[in-house]
Design a protein around this ligand. Structure first.
Ligand code: AMP
Ligand code: GLY
Length: 421
């Protein structure tokens, strides 16, 4: 089978790596991929805003299946476009992708189906939002609607921060803003819950906790994710039942009533408050670096699972998991998430020998003059599966110390909540 993967991050390298173990795979194409995927797939540079260009390439190479990694093409309707052209594709359609594309869409769905989430208000202009925050208690959460790469969320401890947030959002910091959300602050512990679905059947696809902030101690600016661990320490049977009954199942049902069959991965970002799950956000894809952290735990053929989703037979497909603890640490370019240098060689990379159950997934890398160079903020993901989170993290730190890339940095405290010193 010929499979195409859309995306260029660590998530896509991990998917690519997992697929290559499938006996059915003949060829993998990545659009556009990175230096890691280049070793196992053909990287193809195509303008992903031009779906026609992609379609022509798919027909030319007779690609049998497209897997969409990131949210943007999903929100832009790539699945609807490819399906209209009779191309098999794994991912939710444009209506379903609104779960990530519009926070207000999701909040309205929560209201309609009584899905537990933070209390909220939608504001259409600065004046009304400013008046509301005059009489609110703090902290408050202010969010831009639409995609903002995880950056359009402000946790405001005081009124002046809230005023600044409202101003920045309406001034267009995250693109044109017709409205914003003001939310109650939920005080609990976060976890991410993943499922895979063919529209009829929902199957568990792991739990994780990521570290979004750039600095140790979970402080500093938000990033795409500095590392993660799986499973989450919070999950148990009772909590899982609540998550499925109160959050995931009503969502899939609600989408069905809107005419959208949910096919793809679904990532629920949750806040657990006194054992009760609240939905913070949905992502209509795997997380990054959660995907890199979870996939090594998969003990079934990823391609078979994805094909069964496309064919509506997920109920007949078994998904098995390894029990070990998985942890990932992201090596970033110095300066990220602000300005950073590009095209810096990662000198010692080819000297690194990874033992079994250790993985190196590339993200912002490119081969320039036969050398692997950094081209993005998040550069490499090191993942280790072992009997304890501590052992996994220690093994990763050993590798990162050997690599000793002086243009890079990483957080040394990934998984602190589940690792006692
Ligand atoms: P989001 O992009 O909606 O996932 O928000 C980014 C981060 O902001 C989340 O991972 C949470 O840490 C935090 N956050 C968002 N909404 C809330 C809330 N209502 N209460 C507390 N923290 C929140
Ligand atoms: N790691 C967070 C995300 O993928 O959205």
């Amino acid at each position: 089978m010929k499979v195409g993967i859309i995306g260029s991050g660590g998530r896509e390298h991990a998917i690519c790596h997992s697929l290559k173990n499938s006996s059915k795979i003949k060829e993998i194409y990545c659009f556009p991929g990175n230096a890691g995927t280049a070793k196992i797939a053909q990287n193809i540079t195509i303008n992903l805003d031009n779906f026609d260009e992609l379609k022509d390439f798919i027909f030319l190479k007779k690609i049998d299946l497209i897997i969409v990694g990131p949210e943007k093409p999903l929100v832009d309707g790539i699945v609807d476009f490819l399906e209209k052209n009779k191309i098999k594709v794994f991912g939710p359609n444009k209506i379903a992708a609104q779960l990530e594309g519009s926070k207000i869409f999701t909040k309205n769905l929560c209201n309609k189906y009584k899905i537990p989430t933070a209390k909220f208000g939608i504001f259409f202009n600065k004046k009304d939002a400013n008046t509301f925050i005059e009489n609110s208690s703090y902290p408050l959460v202010i969010k831009a609607d639409g995609l903002a790469s995880g950056k359009g969320v402000y946790i405001c401890e005081k009124k002046d921060k809230a005023l600044e947030a409202i101003n920045e959002i309406f001034e267009g910091k995250f693109g044109e803003a017709k409205n914003l959300l003001i939310e109650e602050f939920l005080d609990g512990e976060e976890m991410s819950y993943f499922i895979i679905s063919d529209g009829k059947t929902i199957k568990f696809f792991g739990t994780a906790q990521d570290h979004k902030r750039v600095l140790e101690g979970d402080i500093g600016k938000n990033t795409g994710g500095m590392g993660a661990y799986s499973p989450s320490r919070l999950i148990n049977d009772l909590l899982e039942e609540k998550i499925l009954n109160r959050i995931i199942e009503p969502t899939i049902k609600g989408l069905k009533e809107l005419g959208a069959i949910y096919k793809g991965f679904l990532y629920a970002g949750l806040m657990i408050v006194n054992g009760e799950p609240y939905l913070i956000e949905y992502n209509v894809r795997m997380g990054d670096p959660e995907c890199q952290t979870i996939l090594p735990k998969l003990n079934s053929d990823l391609l078979d699972i994805i094909i069964s989703c496309c064919e509506g037979s997920l109920d007949k497909t078994k998904i098995d998991w390894h029990n070990e603890k998985s942890l990932s640490v992201v090596l970033c370019s110095r300066g990220y998430p602000d300005e950073f240098k590009k095209n810096i060689p990662i000198k010692n990379l080819d000297q690194i020998k990874l033992n079994d159950n250790m993985y190196c997934y590339h993200a912002g890398t490119k081969i320039i003059k036969d050398e692997v160079c950094s081209v993005g903020g998040r550069v490499l993901n090191f993942v280790c599966l072992s009997k304890s989170f501590k052992e996994s993290r220690n093994k990763i730190h050993n590798i990162l110390n050997l690599l000793n890339w002086d243009n890079g940095f990483f957080r040394k405290d990934i998984g602190n909540k589940v690792i006692s010193e």
